[in-house]
Design a protein around this ligand. Sequence first.
Ligand code: SF4
Ligand code: SF4
Length: 154
Amino acid sequence: MDEIKLSELDPRFKDEITSYPGAENFKRCFTCGTCTASCPVAEVNEEYDPRKIIRMAILGMRKEVLSSDIIWMCARCHTCYARCPQNVEFADVMGVLREMAVKAGYAPKERLSQIEELDRFIQDLRCNMVKYLLKPEEGQRKAIITMVNSKTSL
Ligand code: SF4
Ligand code: SF4
């Protein structure tokens, strides 16, 4: 990482983030790294590190965080939240950072709506897969295949 310049840090950044619903516990993070260790995206992409993103945001590195492509990589699977000892809802913090990035002009509005649509799709798919695992019925299996095909044929 480049040198951190104290004069360029924005101490209000962390308070602004916590003012959004879902991000209230964000400042409780004590950098234990459990989120990074349990994140499926971090497992396949060494650039992606939720603990580091939180640390940068707490330090006040507004521009570096909001302009980074990294904030668009979270799959919002909530695995890290389930394991975080401080109840930091990182997927929601990511949602907040994305919204702030769009408002600040670092990313186009369309990117946020596309990502939100993809998030909804993944949640629905996960729900259908869990239903099928609990009750394997043919109708449910077909619904899953139709869902997946609707995306892969685009
Ligand atoms: S698991 Fe929670 S407390 Fe630990 S680094 Fe991640 S966000 Fe911070
Ligand atoms: S919500 Fe995002 S940061 Fe947390 S485990 Fe899932 S992909 Fe990783």
